[in-house]
Design a protein around this ligand. Structure first.
Ligand code: IPT
Length: 976
């Protein structure tokens, strides 16, 4: 190939001139990192390349300097964006589908740098140039000599530079193409970005060195023995000092060991050495098997409480620091996550080191997705076309060879959304012969003919239940059906964490826990892949698809994570943490017992400390330590309440809540002592009857009515309470649609039904039919409906005032008029109050937001927050911030005046500095402008969240069906 030969770009070949893939273990051989500043020029396409740029004498003085590794489209996005901007598309290819051809507009980065070979660089052996990740195709020159080219963006590539290096200064030049034939294999749902985005190094390979090792480390749970064999292409010495092992490579050694599990990530330091090189390894002993259709590790069924993780950083895109990788894992571990699917490509290899060290189960996924062929009946699908066989096998080999020594990896995944095909089958067969000790996964293979686990995405709860019982629908071929029915099952993606949600997590977990066949699942996805931007006046915001003017894009579907773009945990993650807590605490106030069920697969509860607390009407009255016997994995223990708890329980006069917390007894690698792992709470309704007292009579006054401290206008609307201006309350059925209301795959979304001309819940009008000022109450009868709609709600507001408690009570009776064949967004009242009343306190569920099908994490207590703190900044503004089961809430102003809302018994409480309409209209949080009044929603109920943005909607029990209902609310004021 000549310098100007660019045929590799559109060739199905995975590359030329590359070294064989290997694990490249940590070594004492010489190496120099080539990260740092490189000269960079962005050419418009293959027609626009810089002549002779690879030559040592080329003058690149006028070129920019950019950092390697980095993504070129992530540079200076608030300024000049000198190298173009990111594009987000999900399933569609971002270019015309004409494999293997790609557009002429093919941005091509030309990179150059020099480096000095140290004087002591060994004169013998070989020297390789190693690239950990280059997106998407590239060619490499050293001192003007072409070494080769490569594809496979998230996989390593090495070239042998030995012959072309000179003592002293050397020049390396790399040409990187945004699009290549390889892009057809990389249609993952993420930002389409380019560059040398992972580290580059020059590594020496000594003669008789250890290029590769393959550690086979099994654990026999019956005997407690570990079996270790380390294979290497040369004969070398293996030592594991801690285990007293000193053996030859290829030799099998059996010794007593502590096994590796994600809960107990025990690693042993090993060294493999020849006379010329020492490499180090960390060995984890564990055995992955399938027995009777159940996935087991070390003889025990495991439950994957997982997440899908894309590599993303809001500032640097797909280039991550080790600190960020560790931060992700620490956050996961702190939220009880125990598994990662590396969707949809092998991660930076340092991430896997951390997985071994901190303990998570990993499904390592190959860099392969051909989803865009779906639209064309999978015609020409590279996964099923023999001309792409070598490219597919190459990717599988490069992943397995690089990652084969990680104890954390229990399955190799062939890729994502490739449908099925001969190349996938070949990849599976290759992986199984190369590494018989791990399982092969592919969700694309519906029949599961060549994989070890049956894997699906977004399966609804009822179908999952059937799968759990092995009673799912048959596949076409009876032999395949029998095979598949005998496999364990995982949900490789479920519960789409886009916007407010996902709902239904607890219901999924119950199905997982009921069936041994189901080894758990992986939430889609870990992080909102937003891109940090700043407004001209310096306010931060996060961009999604379309924000860079892309003509083809998929909007905010890119922001669907459990952590926000800046890695702040979302309410969805807090919910997930509670739902998957590995110990379950049950408090029984009748028997006065506390039971703790250990749901770990391996660990006992010895690393936990338990505490209890007793609250009376939300105020702490007693607390203490709880002595509990250690429970083995899968066991339960029960103890009577401590005397002090029983005593406090008996003296409390209000609503009593008993809580028990399980926290880390000591520091761990990912959290400090005291970090909460699980909790339980039992709440006992207050037995004392509320005092109602006599009611005051309403009086007609000029322009309206007066009732106690309340003033109403001529249409019977509350205007003033004890001197404080209020507006409303009025019936409210609307919420700013959440992504899960708004998106429907191939159907009419719930939000479309709401906005439909025959419903118009976003533009309801209130017509007063009658006002009756009786002896003891003021009754306002209304009909609530939208322009164009016949369907309506009959709403009757009955106001009473109880002087004894100085409380104004409202009873709202709602009756549907006409047919309501869709769920309501919410059912409650909305009012506006002065902006100064922005310090909230409430007694009820908290501290975070909660909805009908996402409420496991809400505990009953007294909470305080500013109105600003009560907003959840979803990347696309939408309904958020509702606190459930609120007994009372108070909004105070700085001068001490406060408004108080009471439930009979509970309501859901939301307060915002803007209106629902503002929320629904905004496309990013920074566009929201505070109004001069706060909007308050006091709801009898809200529709669930579900996961319809990708998956099932709310389960029937969480749908808010229209029907005749009544609810009561109290309004009062105080002065602190
Ligand atoms: C599924 C993809 O595997 C994943 O990459 C992501 O796109 C997710 O959905 C949704 O965010 S594919 C889906 C269309 C079933």
């Amino acid at each position: 190939m000549s310098r100007t030969d660019v045929t590799y770009v559109e060739s199905v070949s995975p590359g030329n001139g590359r070294c064989a893939p290997r694990s490249a273990p940590a070594s004492d051989a010489a190496a120099i990192g080539l990260d740092g500043e490189w000269r960079f020029n962005l050419a418009a396409g293959l027609h626009d390349l810089s002549e002779g740029f690879e030559a040592p004498g080329f003058d690149a003085g006028a070129w920019d300097a950019v950092a390697v590794p980095s993504i070129w489209q992530m540079h200076d996005l608030d300024g000049e964006a000198p190298y173009g901007t990111p594009q987000y598309v999900n399933i569609h290819y971002p270019f015309p589908v004409d494999p293997p051809r790609v557009p002429d507009a093919n941005p091509t980065g030309e990179y150059r740098r020099t480096f000095t070979l140290p004087a002591e660089w060994p004169a013998t052996g070989r020297t390789l140039l190693r690239f950990e990740g280059v997106d998407s195709a590239f060619a490499v020159w050293v001192n003007g000599i072409l070494l080769g080219d490569g594809k496979g963006s998230r996989l390593p590539t090495e070239f042998d530079a030995t012959e072309h290096l000179v003592p002293g200064e050397n020049t390396v030049a790399v040409r990187v193409h945004q699009w290549s034939a390889g892009s057809y294999l990389e249609d993952q749902d993420t930002w389409r970005v380019s560059g040398i985005f992972r580290p580059v190094a020059l590594v020496h390979r000594p003669e008789n060195g250890i290029d590769d090792v393959f550690a086979h480390a099994d654990y026999d749970h019956a005997t407690g023995l570990g079996t270790l064999r380390v294979d290497a292409p040369v004969s070398a010495r293996l030592t594991v000092p801690e285990l007293g092992i000193d053996a030859a490579t290829g030799e099998t050694v059996t010794v007593p060991v502590e096994p590796w599990t994600a809960e107990t990530p025990r690693l042993y330091e090993a060294v493999v050495a020849t006379e010329t090189e020492r490499v180090s390894l960390r060995i984890g002993f564990r055995t992955v098997t399938i027995e009777d259709g159940v996935l087991k590790v070390n003889g025990k069924p495991i439950l994957l409480r997982g997440v899908n993780r894309h590599e993303w950083d809001p500032d640097t895109g797909r280039t991550l620091t080790v600190e960020t990788m560790r931060h992700d894992l620490e956050l996961m571990k702190r939220h009880n996550v125990n598994a990662v699917r590396t969707s949809h490509y092998p991660p930076d290899r340092r991430f896997l080191d951390l997985c071994d060290e901190l303990g998570v189960w990993v499904i390592d996924e190959c860099d392969l997705e051909t989803h865009g062929f779906y639209f064309y009946g999978w015609r020409n699908n590279p996964a099923d076309d023999p001309q792409w066989r070598e490219a597919c096998l190459d990717r599988m080999a490069r992943m397995v060879e690089r990652d084969k020594n990680h104890a954390s990896i229990i399955m190799w995944s062939l890729g994502n959304e490739c449908h099925a095909g001969v190349n996938l089958e070949a990849m599976a067969a290759w992986a199984k012969q190369r590494d018989p000790d791990r399982l092969v996964h592919s969700e694309s293979d519906y029949d599961s003919g060549y994989v070890d686990v049956y894997s699906r995405m977004y399966v609804p709860h009822d179908e999952l239940e059937l799968i759990g019982r092995r009673e799912e629908e048959s596949t076409v071929d009876p032999a395949l059906d029998e095979h598949r029915r005998g496999l364990p099952f995982i949900l490789c993606e479920y519960a789409h964490a886009m916007g407010n949600g996902p709902g239904g997590l607890a219901d999924y977990q119950r199905v997982f826990e009921r069936h041994e066949r189901i080894a758990g699942g992986f939430i889609w996805e870990w992080i909102d892949q937003g891109i940090r931007r700043r407004t001209e006046d310096g306010r931060e915001w996060f961009a999604y698809g379309g924000d860079f003017g892309e003509t083809l894009h998929d909007g905010n579907f890119i922001t669907d994570g459990l952590v926000f773009s800046d890695r702040t945990p979302s309410p969805g993650l807090v919910e997930y943490k509670k739902v998957i807590e590995p110990v379950r605490i049950a408090i029984d106030p009748e028997d006065r017992t506390i039971a703790v069920a250990n749901g770990y697969d391996f660990a006992d509860t010895g690393h936990l400390r338990f505490t209890w607390r007793m609250d009376d009407d939300g105020s702490l009255i007693a607390q203490g330590e709880l002595e509990l016997p250690v429970a083995q994995a899968g066991e339960s223990v029960q103890v009577p309440w401590p005397d002090e708890l029983s005593k406090a329980f008996e003296t409390a006069g209000g609503e009593r809540a008993v809580s028990v917390h399980a926290v880390l007894a000591g520091d761990s690698a990912w959290a400090q002592a005291g970090h909460e792992i699980a909790w339980g709470q039992a709440v006992l309704p207050c037995t004392a009857a509320p005092v109602a007292g006599p009611a005051a009579s309403p009086v007609a006054v000029a322009g309206g009515y007066r009732l106690g401290g309340a003033e109403f206008d001529a249409l019977g609307r509350l205007r003033v309470l004890d001197g404080i201006e209020v507006e409303g309350p009025q019936l409210d059925l609307w919420r700013a649609p959440v992504d899960n209301d708004r998106i429907a795959w191939g159907g009419t979304s719930t939000a479309e039904r709401w906005r439909d001309r025959s419903a118009g819940l976003d533009r309801l009008e209130h017509k007063v039919l009658d006002i009756a000022a009786g002896d003891r109450s003021l009754k306002v009868t209304t009909r609530v409906g939208a322009a164009g709609a016949e369907r309506a709600m009959h709403a009757e507001y009955e106001w009473t005032y109880r002087p004894e408690s100085a409380t104004l009570w409202l009873n709202v009776a709602v009756d549907p008029v006409g047919e309501w064949d869709f769920p309501l967004p919410r059912l409650g009242v909305r009012l506006a109050v002065p902006k100064a009343f922005d310090a909230a306190t409430w007694f009820g569920g908290g501290p975070g937001e909660a909805y009908a099908d996402s409420r496991a994490a809400a505990r009953i207590g007294r909470y305080e927050a500013s109105v600003a703190q009560m907003q959840t900044p979803y990347v696309l503004p939408q309904e958020n911030g509702s606190r459930i089961d609120v007994r009372w809430a108070r909004l105070a102003s700085p001068d001490g005046a406060a408004l108080r809302f009471s439930g009979a018994p509970h309501f859901a409480f939301t307060v915002r500095p803007w209106t629902t309409e503002d929320l629904a209209a905004a496309t990013h949080p920074h566009e929201l402008v505070e109004r001069d009044r706060l909007s308050v929603n006091l709801d009898a109920a809200l529709h669930g969240l579900g996961s319809a943005s990708c998956g099932p909607g709310p389960l029937p029990e969480y749908r808010l069906q229209a029907g005749s209902t009544a609810f009561s609310l109290g309004f009062s004021t105080d002065r602190g």
